[in-house]
Design a protein around this ligand. Structure first.
Ligand code: PMP
Length: 386
């Protein structure tokens, strides 16, 4: 099948793999970066420091603001639980949105059991969260606002710069889940004035199981660690650093920085070809806000087509669907439902996500397959009459 699921994960770049291998075996740099008493440790630490710089270069941060975690799920947990615990005497109110990733939503649900109050904002029909509504929901005891940069199902982008201004005007911490934005939208964390930002290597051609939480130093943001132990990562996240993974993430960021400005228009062009090739299908609904989105995601729904049959008919395409969803449940996507889609349309949605290795030919083939599948399924559908 053709791989169009880059928002789920990406293949590791060969150059990344080649570097990583040097940090595993007896002939390589396998030391523990926390071993201060010998060279094996020192060189490993130097390598980690370089990776921290490479990652910082991609977002314009200070390397000391980068904390390594196991991925964006952990980063989101650490940011939200860690800040809420540390600043609990300042207040107990959090604002987030209904379309966040589960690692944000379930963390917030957990905090609700611990006496925190959470306001879940619904985006407008176009997927964008209203700035006015954010302002209205802010209370005296609001300590944190957590809003994702780019939604993982629709690709729709939030107005991070403006939300950041609202937060800082009101002395509220601002956390951003940038997992789907990194490498797809140029991020200058200093300009955007984000306090905490989560992202992961495996969405940008790096390895799985490594991610970052950016934590601003000026003014210094504090948080309570969620994993205790040997005081690694300035005490904020203990555990021996996975040096090879970190090296992988560093190189992936370095490559991304170099390629991004060519890659973004390349992927955007392919997405335009795809949308233009299918937009004339009858009863197709666009779930991505094309004017305000990352370039790599296109989410559409088809009326009068059954979700499961659609996936079966499209088995030559590796895509994500509103039906065969993350959990084994048959619940339609909560993201699409909070945009106001009825169940049937949420069920018959598909997410195409494109990446570095997607080709024009693959997109042309995809367009053809979609046309054939929809035609066939509608012939069979009792609800569809021509
Ligand atoms: N947030 C978003 C927006 C995501 O897309 C993902 C990955 N699907 C995550 C968080 C979790 O990332 P990880 O796989 O690194 O835990």
């Amino acid at each position: 099948p053709i791989y169009l699921d880059y928002a789920a994960t990406t293949p590791v770049d060969e150059k990344v793999v080649k570097k990583m291998i040097n940090y595993l075996t007896i002939n390589g740099i396998f030391g523990n970066s926390a071993s201060r008493s010998h060279r094996f440790g020192w060189v490993a630490e130097e390598a980690v420091d370089l990776a921290r710089e490479q990652i910082s270069n991609l977002i314009n941060s200070d390397p000391r603001e980068i904390i390594f975690t196991s991925g964006a799920t952990e980063s989101n947990n650490l940011a939200i639980k860690g800040c809420c615990d540390f600043y609990k005497n300042k207040g107990n109110h959090i604002i987030t949105s209904n379309t966040e990733h589960k690692s944000v939503l379930d963390t917030c649900k957990y905090l609700e059991q611990k006496n925190f109050c959470v306001t879940y904002l619904n985006p407008k029909k176009n997927g964008i969260i209203s700035l006015k509504e954010i302002k209205e929901k802010i209370k005296k005891n609001t300590i944190l606002i957590s809003i994702m940069y780019v939604n993982n199902e629709t690709g729709t982008m939030q107005n991070i710069h403006e939300i950041s201004k609202i937060c800082h005007k009101n002395n509220i911490l601002f956390h951003v889940d940038a997992t789907q934005a990194i490498g797809k939208i140029p991020i200058n964390i200093k300009q955007e004035n984000i306090d905490l930002m989560s992202f992961s290597a495996h969405k940008i051609y790096g390895p799985k199981g490594i991610g970052v939480l950016y934590i601003k130093r000026k003014p210094r943001i504090r948080l309570t660690p969620q994993i205790h132990g040997g005081n690694h990562e300035r005490g904020m996240r203990s555990g021996t650093l996975p040096v090879h993974q970190i090296i992988g993430m560093g190189i992936a960021c370095k490559i991304m920085k170099k390629k991004m400005f060519d890659e973004i228009p390349y992927i955007l062009n392919l997405r335009n070809i795809l949308w233009n090739g299918i937009k004339n299908i009858e009863e197709i609904y666009l779930n991505t806000n094309l004017k305000n989105s990352a370039p790599h995601i296109l989410n559409v729904s088809f009326n009068f087509v059954e979700g499961e049959s659609l996936i079966m008919a499209l088995k030559n395409l590796a895509i994500a669907s509103g039906s065969a969803c993350t959990s084994a449940s048959l619940e339609p996507s909560y993201v699409l439902k909070s945009l106001g889609l009825k169940d049937e349309l949420a069920h018959s949605s598909i997410r195409f996500s494109l990446g570095r290795f997607t080709t024009k030919d693959e997109i042309y083939y995809t367009i053809e397959i979609i046309h054939q599948a929809i035609k066939k399924l509608r012939k069979l559908s009792p609800l569809w009459e021509m």
